[in-house]
Design a protein around this ligand. Structure first.
Ligand code: ADP
Ligand code: ZN
Ligand code: ZN
Length: 722
């Protein structure tokens, strides 16, 4: 009996068998199937297999939803790989390959909608206001518009249908193909020798290759991507560019838009569902030659995909930290391998994993060692804060330096990765502090809004005016956040315009670009901000960058903390002195002798990498070992630990040499949103052996009896100990 294997978006492992209905659906197309009492949209993974179940038990597919497949067989290989590597149900992984509008039961035929163009002989009389508006849009787009673009402009299906019925617009096959090379704008700058070598290497390679483009900040990596992509597109291919966060890198996006006068599909988290589908369709039909997106764009189906670029490949935002916990960078590499195409990973501060892959011969390293515009790298110095008096977290030495740079009419950037006024409100009388009862963490104090807010669960309340324990009114704000730093700077430099950038300031209505306007123009001279400011902003007059507090990372229990600190220091330093003036970088610390800081000071990131890799090898940590984190949580404080202890005990029956199970231990955040949390850390010297073990572990958990009140998840290659 011919059966169809379907991936269905439910949290159950494996594929589901169905009998074909009237038609045999093609592999990679969507089908509507009965599932329990529901009707769900599934994806066909195999259309000619045998089932172990009796055919009487199998149900029939209700409907085939696509005429042609939406995923190629290669995409399906990638899907299967991701499901097996991250141990995530295949149906859940499949949902990341398509926008949510395509997962709705009534979305049949949505992908077959065509282009419409204006009918020259149309008679336009008695149009409604909306219909008239749509007519005008068509009047401006003589070549035609796709159905989804019309909808993403805010028109409804019924308006489109009305114009079609009145024969004012008519379906056209597709937009006429234009000469692509005329749409690629030549660059104003000539590539330097290093850049040329990089572009040539990338273009010369045939078939699959991963390149690590290691180039210091400002060395012209983006220029290399642009040129390599230009050649790829001119030859008829499509390219996919992944950026950490598009809202934070509007300048990078604009450079792509300026270079390619072509349809570019931009995919990020702030799109409406219609906009997302519209962009996805452009990529899927091949109309968009270039797709630029954040993490989840790595799954976009593209028929002529020939090159993938992952910019800032070390960036944490490429790892999804909830649900299906994949790494977009790693998937990009796997996808490139399956499609037999090239992938370029670029960074000034590559991840230690990527260096190791170069050492193992898996990636080819291309280096840009000089700044492109000829600017020099800044001088770095440490400020020893031990025993020093601080004003709003600033040492005397730093205040003087700020003053000097401002008097020279330059700009200063102060980097502090802590939002709010202060991280805690504290009773001077009895030692009480304002803690979030649901999360085991302190409330952050916001003086401006007079509230306290928990950064873990988002809960907020009015700031107390009295101690919660002894009722005295001796509450003091301890520690410095960006809000306090900003208000302190206003006191110290009352004449100077100051801009603060953090997640409390930036929103969809108040995007980064608007907030930074005065800074781009040089009017605002002091910038205070978090990680958000570390990304690729180009501020011509910026000459001093200061890291206000480097110590947190040096004391952290997370083995990746120093790597992240170093990356941040290098990235923020890269903001300094980008044009003709030499920049300066100052790092405040209580640990001036720390060997990593010394290394940043004298020898740079690559020396740090050598040191850190040696340490990781010694301690058998990634990239020299593989990790997975099994996290459990429940309202009851004992349950997660008991559950994990049981999992661990059972695992002793099938554990193999080279695998170590650590825990159960309390999570880094032992309580979050009212739930208690614990971890098992699973460590394998060999990745293969660890994955073999994980498969057994998960099937064991499936067969175990445990309370439905426990929630658990598995994080493969965790980037942050949660
Ligand atoms: P990165 O991506 O490595 O940070 P960019 O590509 O943004 O570097 O380049 C930094 C600056 O140098 C940009 O203003 C860019 O326009 C300029 N630039 C890049 N390549 C060249 C070149 N070959 N000659 C002159 N200027 C260049
Ligand atoms: Zn008190
Ligand atoms: Zn909380």
């Amino acid at each position: 009996m011919r059966t169809i294997k379907v991936a269905i978006p439910v949290h159950v492992n494996g594929l589901f068998d169905y009998l074909p209905g009237a038609d045999i659906p093609s592999i990679g197309s969507r089908v509507l199937v009965p599932f329990g009492r529901r009707k769900l949209v599934g994806l066909v993974v195999d259309n000619d297999s045998q089932s172990n179940l009796q055919s009487a038990k199998l149900k029939e597919i209700i409907d085939c939803m696509d005429i042609s497949p939406i995923l190629s067989e290669k995409d399906i290989d990638c899907l299967m790989w991701a499901s097996s590597y991250y141990h995530e149900p295949i149906g859940v992984v499949a949902t990341t390959f398509m926008p949510s509008l395509l997962r709705q039961a009534d979305s049949k035929g949505k992908l077959d909608r065509s282009y419409y163009g204006l009918n020259k002989d149309a008679i336009c009389k008695g149009l409604s206001k909306k219909q008239q508006e749509l007519y005008e849009v068509f009047d401006q787009h003589k070549k035609g518009i796709s159905y989804w673009d019309i909808l993403s402009l805010g028109f409804r299906d019924k308006t489109v249908s009305a114009l079609v019925a009145a024969k004012i617009i008519i379906p056209i096959s597709s937009i006429a193909c234009c000469d692509l090379s005329s749409k690629i704008i030549p660059s104003k700058v000539d590539l330097n020798v290093e850049q040329k070598v990089a572009v040539e290497n990338i273009l010369e390679s045939d078939g699959y290759s991963t390149f690590l483009l290691e180039g210091i900040t400002g060395s012209g990596k983006t220029q290399v991507y642009l040129e390599a992509i230009a050649t790829t597109i001119a030859a008829g291919g499509q390219a996919l560019v992944l950026l950490p966060e598009i809202g934070l890198t509007p300048q990078t996006l604009r450079r792509f838009q300026n270079k390619f006068d072509l349809k570019i599909a931009v995919l990020h988290s702030r799109l409406t569902e219609i906009e997302r589908l519209s962009a996805w369709v452009q990529a899927y039909t091949g109309e968009a030659r270039l797709v630029i997106g954040t993490r989840s764009a790595v799954f976009t189906p593209m028929p002529n995909l020939k090159m993938i670029v992952v910019d800032e490949e070390h960036d944490l935002s490429f790892k999804q930290q909830s649900g299906f916990r994949y790494s977009a960078r790693d998937i990009a590499v796997v996808r490139a391998k399956m499609l037999d195409i090239k992938v370029v990973l670029g960074s000034a501060t590559p991840a230690l994993e990527s260096y190791n892959n170069v050492a193992l011969g898996r990636y080819k390293c291309l280096k840009l060692k000089n700044r492109a515009g000829g600017a020099n790298l800044p001088d770095i110095s440490l400020i020893d804060m031990r025993g020093k008096k601080l004003k709003y977290g600033l040492s005397e030495k730093l205040i003087k330096a700020i003053d000097r740079h401002i008097k020279d009419e330059c700009q200063v950037l102060l980097f502090l990765n802590r939002r709010g006024f202060s991280p805690v409100l504290f009773c001077h009388n009895c030692g009480w502090s304002s803690e979030c009862g649901r999360c085991d963490s302190n409330y952050t104090y916001y003086k401006d809004k007079n509230i306290i807010s928990c950064h873990r669960c988002g809960s907020q309340r009015r700031a107390p005016s009295q101690c919660g324990k002894c009722n005295s009114d001796t509450l003091i704000d301890v520690g410095v956040g960006t809000e306090k730093l900003e208000s302190g700077l206003r006191e110290l430099f009352p004449e100077v315009q100051i801009t603060r950038v953090d997640r409390d300031v930036i929103s969809a209505n108040n995007p980064l670009e608007v907030v930074l306007e005065d800074a781009y123009e040089g009017k605002s001279q002091i910038l205070v901000g978090t990680q958000m400011l570390a990304k690729g902003h180009h501020l011509p007059k910026l000459t001093l960058v200061a890291v206000i507090d480097a110590d947190g990372a040096l004391y952290s229990s997370d083995f990746r903390a120093t790597e992240k600190l170093m990356q941040t220091v290098v990235q923020v330093s890269g903001r300094s002195g980008r044009e003709d003036i030499k920049g300066e970088v100052m790092i405040q610390t209580h640990l001036p002798d720390n060997r990593f800081l010394q290394c940043a000071l004298h020898e740079g990131y690559s020396k740090y990498v050598a040191l850190a890799l040696a340490e990781r090898a010694q301690a058998s940590l990634p990239p020299y070992a593989s990790l997975a984190l099994l996290n459990a949580e429940a309202l009851d404080s004992r349950m997660p630990v008991d559950f994990l202890a049981q999992v661990r005990e059972r695992s002793s029956e099938y554990i193999s040499p080279g695998i170590t199970v650590l825990g159960p231990m309390a999570a880094v955040l032992p309580k979050k949103s009212g739930k208690y949390r614990a971890n098992l850390l699973l460590h394998g010297i060999s990745r293969m052996a660890l994955h073999q073990f994980l498969r057994q572990l998960l099937s064991e958990i499936e067969s175990m009896k445990y309370s439905s009140k426990i929630r658990w998840n598995l994080d493969v290659d965790p980037q942050e100990m949660q």
